[in-house]
Write a protein that binds this ligand. Structure first.
Ligand code: FAD
Length: 447
């Protein structure tokens, strides 16, 4: 009798999707009746916790990305964008490229792990002008922008314009915002030695946060430590403050503390870095899946209730903390915990075993705040300062799955101890060829 193959398709090769794929491989490695397919728009996994260090030039760009093909064995990998998910026909459509037409993949089981994208809360002016910190491209562009601002400010004689060039605003005081601000000030202060006309007092890094505290989720004591340390580093932190618009030269903010006082204040700046929140990617927003606050609603087994055999995991799904009754914060740790349960439950479905409910206990959380300092809460123990910074580095280094990349990051950190940051600004623009050819044709005509 011919056995029909079961096909599992995993969408998204981030922390959730890749971990789920690798777990599935461990369950079905030698089973010829199960085929696993992974789709991701990039052919690498991005190690986001170290993204701010790429923006500051401490770590080389390629050192925080791991090629997906080097981390899978049996899985068939497609580097492509997911265009559409049809859960009735059990078909996923991929966009394809100019060289390769998109294709449709049939699935028997589907795992949606498409992550999140930056949430601008509908503010078009910010979406248009602000920098973001979500992808590798974002980090590379931001590094160039910071260097460009230093280059322009160095020879600027107008003090108002110089101040605006050297004012960097980070919106959002979660992990991404605080770590970006900490790296940014370290980088700018270190780079200053090459810019004799820029003094320490000329540089302004401002963190704006709508909530009443920075780094929500940490204990009050740790938050206080981080807050004070960042201020000592010269960072201005404004909590209970919302950004209303940014036109590329002026950001408008309003205080949320006092309802009576709705005064709008303007800050002149050329650089706003928006890290104020994430929302599921458009592919999910445009899908027919039921969402809660934009995230896919799942049951205790991480399945989408209306569509048996379809799972959603990571940043794009909503799971609730039974103690606080609030959704769990979107983290890599949570994404990997989802991935393990989804892989087990797929195995259980295919092999008629017992499914497991998703239960989560965080191992802790850590944040670095620049200049060899940080805060950490691990297995209920709170530490801060150098020890937390060292812990952060040790833990995250060990979490990089490839030894080669681990060594490269370690070397980058070591080099940074002894040498200055590189301030070369790389232009990533594609050469505009059509104009050049036109000019060449005209010259040819003359000849
Ligand atoms: C700057 C920064 C710092 C962070 N620091 C920490 C930290 O210190 N600790 C921590 O735990 N968490 C941290 N996080 C959060 C963590 O990165 C996320 O929670 C985690 O990446 C979620 O995993 P995921 O697999 O759900 O999504 P992702 O890792 O975002 O993966 C989703 C994947 O899907 C792909 N994708 C999306 N749409 C499509 C499409 N249409 N077609 C094909 N592919 C698509 C994306 O390219 C991506 O590869 C940080 C995040 C950022 C941005």
């Amino acid at each position: 009798m011919v056995k029909t193959k079961k096909r599992i398709v995993v969408l998204g090769g981030g922390f959730a999707g890749l971990e789920c794929t690798r777990k599935l491989e461990s369950y079905f490695l030698r089973d010829l009746d199960v085929e696993i397919i992974l789709v991701n728009e990039d052919n690498f996994l991005l190690f986001t916790p170290m993204l701010p260090q790429v923006a500051s030039g401490m770590i080389e760009t390629r050192h925080i990305i791991m090629p997906i093909r080097a981390m899978i064995e049996k899985t068939i990998f497609y580097e492509d964008r997911v265009k559409n998910i049809d859960p009735f026909g059990k078909i996923v459509t991929l966009s394809g490229t100019a060289e390769k037409r998109g294709i449709s993949l049939h699935y028997d089981y589907l795992v949606i792990a498409l992550g999140s994208q930056t949430n601008f809360f509908g503010m078009a002016s910010i979406e248009q002008h602000a920098y973001t910190m979500k992808t590798l491209n974002d980090a590379m562009i931001l590094r160039n922008r910071i260097i460009d601002m230093l280059e322009q400010a160095e020879n600027q004689t107008n003090p108002i314009l110089k101040k605006s060039l050297l004012t960097f605003i980070v919106v959002g005081a979660g992990f991404a915002g605080i770590e970006t601000a900490g790296e940014l000030i370290d980088f700018v202060l270190d780079a200053r030695k090459y810019y004799p006309h820029i003094s320490k007092q000329d540089i302004h890094v401002i963190i704006l946060e709508a909530l009443p505290s920075i780094l929500p989720g940490f204990s009050e004591k740790l938050v206080k430590f981080a807050h004070q340390k960042l201020i000592q580093r010269g960072i201005d932190i404004r909590i209970n403050t919302a950004v209303t618009s940014f036109d590329g030269t002026e950001v408008l903010i309003k205080s949320l503390q006092d309802n009576e006082n709705k005064n709008i204040e303007a800050i002149q700046t050329k650089t706003v870095i928006w890290t104020a929140g994430v929302t599921p990617v458009d592919t999910i927003k445009n899908s027919i899946f039921k969402t809660e606050k934009g995230k896919i609603a799942v049951n205790e087994f991480l399945e989408i209730p209306d569509f048996p055999n379809v799972f959603a995991i990571g940043d794009c799904c909503q799971t609730i903390d039974p103690i606080t009754k609030n959704p769990y914060a979107p983290t890599a740790q949570l994404a990997e915990a989802h991935a393990k349960i989804a892989a087990h439950n797929l195995y259980a479905l295919i092999r008629n075993k017992q499914k497991k409910s998703f239960e989560y206990r965080t191992k802790g959380q850590m944040a670095i705040i620049g200049k060899r300092s940080g805060i950490a809460s691990v297995f209920g123990i709170n530490v801060h300062g150098f020890l937390a910074w060292w812990l952060w580095r040790s833990v995250y280094l060990s979490k990089i799955s490839r030894l080669e990349k681990r060594v490269r990051v370690l070397l980058d950190w070591t080099i940074d101890l002894f040498f200055d940051r590189d301030i070369s600004r790389l232009r990533y623009l594609k050469r505009e060829s059509s104009k050049e050819y036109k000019e060449l044709d005209e010259v040819d005509d003359v000849w």
